[in-house]
Design a protein around this ligand. Structure first.
Ligand code: MG
Length: 385
């Protein structure tokens, strides 16, 4: 039986801000934009702010109306990434098998390490204590025989949570859960299950695997196993999960392709610059588009070779953008994923030449930071509105 530990930092961005600004302590803190921001969205808020009904993904405007006395600040991504690296480094002191899930979450495969601790509770407490002593931040921890259950457990007693689900407790824990707690069940599936009278895991268990598969395809299969507490996914340590991305919320919504292209070019240049600065190459380039109604989509493309050059990053990003029907857009982003220190040259394309041009531009800009050199495509005159 495996022992999987899931760690999730509590209100991570807000917690980092509280750490850096003790004067915010005890006051509702909302991250995502200043109070007068008409377009910002709450990315995280402190537990004090949650008491007023503020939650993430809500517009700043709405948050201000719910909690006018709150402190409103935009986020500091670089600082959060720095703390995130610190925390992820701590994880490797507990297990070599660490799978980072996001900036503030990870799975640790603790199988075989059980005997180092008096109990699984002590193991979880040790991870929490180390994080707290090193960074001053609070994490919630869940420990269970697999990933699915460990993630449920870390969420169960949040904030400052610690929960262990022992193998013999799995059944009783699962049966009372609503199906929406099962991994893969979104709003649409939840409603479909409800149509069949299935609301809880207990009700789901009545249905044979074949029926579930007929109704829901491969998800049905997954539901069959998850409802029985079975999840065979392994903790997959990734050699490098770092990503470098840029995004921008516009001051008004734009549908103008020319403008969007220029912004994409500008952000692609920044992403490329940061890759070269860190000696990294990307194989996967992704874009993020948020429409005026807040619907957000992401698209990505993976190359068979590594690049760090603006031109290619921009070209791929533009292809992805071109494939999206453009209506009014409020946010646009581009990112480089799948990073490595090795270029993995393609047999078919040579990217060296264009890299040289970008490197030259980097050098010139380093010398004359006040009048940076850019490529023509980043220039665009905003349409009059
Ligand atoms: Mg979290």
């Amino acid at each position: 039986m495996a022992t999987i530990l899931h760690v999730d930092m509590d209100a991570f961005y807000a917690a980092v801000e509280l750490l850096d600004h003790p004067e915010y302590q005890g006051r509702p803190l909302i991250i995502g934009g200043y109070k007068d921001s008409h377009r910002g969205v709450v990315s995280t808020c402190s537990y004090e702010a949650r008491k007023y009904g503020v939650h993430s993904a809500m517009s700043i405007k709405r948050a201000v109306s719910l909690c006018p006395q709150g402190i409103f600040i935009p986020g500091r991504t670089e600082r959060y990434q720095q703390v995130s690296r610190e925390i992820h480094n701590l994880f490797t002191q507990f297990s070599p098998q660490v799978e980072p899930l996001s900036i503030d979450e990870a799975f640790l495969d603790m199988s075989g390490c059980e005997h180092f601790y008096r109990s699984l509770e002590k193991m979880g407490q040790a991870v929490k204590d180390r994080i707290n002593q090193t960074t001053g931040l609070v994490a919630s921890v869940g420990i269970a025989p697999n990933k699915f259950l460990a993630k449920l457990a870390s969420d169960w007693k949040k904030p400052d949570g610690l929960m262990v689900i022992y193998p013999e407790q799995v059944d009783s824990f699962l049966l009372s859960l609503p199906v929406s707690k099962l991994w893969g069940v979104g709003e649409k599936t939840r409603r479909e299950l409800q149509r069949h009278g299935i609301r809880t895991v207990k009700e789901l268990r009545i249905y044979p695997q074949q029926w579930l598969e007929q109704q829901f395809g491969s998800l049905g299969n997954q539901l069959y196993y998850l409802a029985r507490g079975i999840d065979k996914r392994k903790v997959e340590p990734m050699a490098d999960v770092k990503s470098i991305s840029q995004e921008q919320t516009f001051d008004t919504d734009y549908a103008d392709r020319g403008f969007l292209k220029s912004q994409l070019a500008l952000m692609a240049a920044k992403v490329g610059h940061r890759l070269r600065q860190q000696g990294l190459y990307t194989r996967t380039i992704g874009i993020k588009v948020r429409f005026s109604d807040f619907k957000t989509i992401t698209r990505a493309h993976t190359l068979d070779y590594g690049v760090c050059d603006d031109d290619i990053i921009y070209k791929v990003g533009l292809q992805l953008l071109d494939a999206i029907p453009i209506t009014l857009i409020r946010l646009l982003g581009i990112g480089a994923y799948n990073l490595s220190e090795i270029q993995q040259l393609s047999l078919f394309e040579n990217t060296i030449e264009t890299n040289e041009l970008s490197t030259l531009i980097d050098k010139i800009n380093q010398k004359f930071p006040n009048s940076p050199l850019t490529k023509g495509r980043t220039l665009y005159k905003k349409p009059k509105r």
